[in-house]
Design a binder for this molecule. Structure first.
Ligand code: 5GP
Length: 120
């Protein structure tokens, strides 16, 4: 079972503008901002605007419009950063084994350099 959504998690505060972030992209469905501790030359986080704890939560409860909007936003962020031709990596950690630290779904966008096999 998914834990209840915590309105006080860091990314909820970022969405509400209570904690500053470096905005990369925003639309009706998604917000993208630079990771505070980048693990690659490009390390951007994309989050849905809705209150979803994880990929599991999102994939079960989100509407088709929210899912489509979020997926398109991730693609746009990578495209706008010029990552498509050289290539990039997407990652979503989930739960204990995945090492998810912030309980609001986020997709990591890594790129800007050869990434090897590093995982975040
Ligand atoms: P996770 O481990 O949950 O997949 O990823 C959490 C990510 O959020 C980490 O890469 C971490 O550096 C980033 N992060 C944590 N707190 C903040 C913050 O306050 N601002 C920003 N921009 N990124 C954060």
């Amino acid at each position: 079972a998914t834990q209840p959504y915590d309105d006080d998690n860091i990314f909820a505060k970022i969405l509400r503008g209570e904690i500053p972030s470096t905005r990369v992209y925003e639309d009706e469905w998604a917000y993208a901002f630079e990771d505070i501790a980048p693990q690659a030359a490009v390390h951007t986080l994309v989050i849905p605007k809705g209150k979803y704890v994880s990929w599991d939560d999102f994939s079960q409860r989100a509407s088709d419009a929210e899912i489509a909007g979020f997926v398109r936003a991730v693609g746009k962020v990578a495209r706008d950063k010029g990552l498509v031709e050289p290539g990039y990596r997407l990652l979503a950690n989930l739960g204990r084994h995945g090492g998810q630290e912030v309980p609001h779904l986020h997709v990591h966008v890594f790129g800007g350099e050869p990434l090897g096999r590093m995982i975040a």
